[in-house]
Design a protein around this ligand. Structure first.
Ligand SMILES: Cc1ncc(COP(=O)(O)O)c(C=O)c1O
Length: 368
């Protein structure tokens, strides 16, 4: 057999471990399991910037453009690489959908079995399809996400298993790289960072990333962290566990966040703020972002946009200095949950016509 062509070195340099190795708990003994995650676009949102006013510029960090279409891949590359280093044969997670899609993909690359526990009937078909196609072992339990996570803690303590939910500290380490990318691109941290909050791993991770870069003088600012939960699943806003969380934004349908303390720390130390948004406000933000900025995200992701819009309405944004930068992370791709999107967009207005130019122009009201 002829010798294979060498893989160009640049192709090994694209994932978050390769790019931010110095800031991550890896060594030469860590086998890097990667799908070239990260390097997602930071998009200047011109209409949102105009809405916010005062010359303040809004940027959308589009995490739906990761390999499995959500931010989870940043943490999963690290969690699965470390699991491989420790000799795990299988990974286990509880999931509202995105964690399972990501875990399943990275487990394939590591040659590990992936066991997924889902709340029955409460995840979108797009996310379920990902875990199915990647070949995960999927068990739908008769309980919610919080029940599934309790089971994962129990089963995952057995030999040979690695738990890859965000209670695994390597997940947080990997996810913090999104803050690094933002500072690298903007030249400094933004004044405000808006995020959806479910299990609160991501807000914990972003804050950690911003603090680490600041400590290294890579940025002069630390942003205020502004979080948004869904009204029916807002334990942090209410200050108490929500027994039966409910929201159309299934990815943040969580009543007892695992990283609650991390979120509290980020909110307190950054002089931040957390609010609850109605499902209506979340879906309106989702539709607005697609129709005005050309960015299609899943409902939970739109909570960061809804958060900023609510802050504008309440006059919170006006109190920020003029000309500052604001970043909103949109955590997952819109194609993950098309049923909700089509339903809210009025059933996806599709007009019907005969196969003639005249008929097409007629239904469009463009015939003369
Ligand atoms: C699309 C999406 N957005 C937001 C979140 C919330 O992130 P966290 O649980 O880290 O708060 C999740 C978590 O599953 C998610 O999948």
């Amino acid at each position: 057999m002829p010798n294979p062509l060498p893989v160009p070195p640049v192709l090994h340099d694209r994932g978050v471990i390769a790019r931010y190795r110095k800031y991550l708990p890896v060594t030469d003994a860590t086998p890097v399991v990667s799908l070239n995650e990260g390097s997602t676009p930071l998009i200047h949102a011109t209409k949102l910037s105009a809405l916010v006013g005062g010359g303040r510029q809004v940027f959308v960090k589009y995490e739906g453009l990761n390999p499995t279409c959500s931010f989870k891949d940043r943490g999963m590359t690290l969690a699965i690489s470390k699991a491989a280093e420790e000799g795990a044969k299988a990974v286990i997670c509880a999931s509202t959908g995105n964690t399972s899609a990501s875990a399943a993909a990275y487990a394939v690359r590591a040659g590990m079995r992936c066991l997924v526990l889902l709340p029955a009937g409460k995840i979108s078909m797009g996310k379920l399809a990902q875990a199915v196609v990647y070949g995960a072992d999927i068990v739908a339990i008769d309980g919610n996400f919080d029940d599934a996570l309790d089971l994962v803690r129990e089963i995952g303590s057995r030999d040979g298993f690695a738990v890859v939910n965000s209670i695994n500290p390597f997940r947080i380490e990997g996810q913090k790289t999104a803050s690094f990318e933002i500072v690298d691109e903007l030249g400094d941290a933004p004044a405000v960072h808006c995020l959806p909050v479910g299990n609160a791993g991501n807000i914990t991770a972003y804050w950690k990333g911003y603090k680490e870069y600041h400590a290294e003088a890579k940025s002069t600012l630390l942003p205020k962290m502004w979080g948004a939960q869904a009204e029916g699943s807002a334990p942090i806003v209410r200050g108490e566990v929500v027994k039966s969380p409910d929201t159309v934004a299934t990815a943040i349908r969580i009543g007892n966040p695992a990283s609650w303390d991390g979120a509290n720390e980020a909110l307190a130390s950054s002089d931040g703020h957390i609010r609850a948004l109605s499902d209506e406000a979340i879906l309106t933000a989702q539709a607005w972002l697609a129709a005005n900025e050309g960015i299609f995200v899943e409902p939970a992701s739109a909570a960061s946009i809804g958060c900023l819009m609510a802050a504008v309405d309440e006059g919170m944004v006006e109190k920020l200095p003029e000309g500052v930068n604001i970043v909103c992370t949109v955590t997952g791709h819109g194609l993950k949950d098309i049923d909700t999107a089509m339903h809210h967009a009025g059933g996806g207005k599709v007009l019907e016509a005969k196969a003639t130019a005249e008929s097409v122009l007629n239904v469009l009201g463009m015939a003369h």
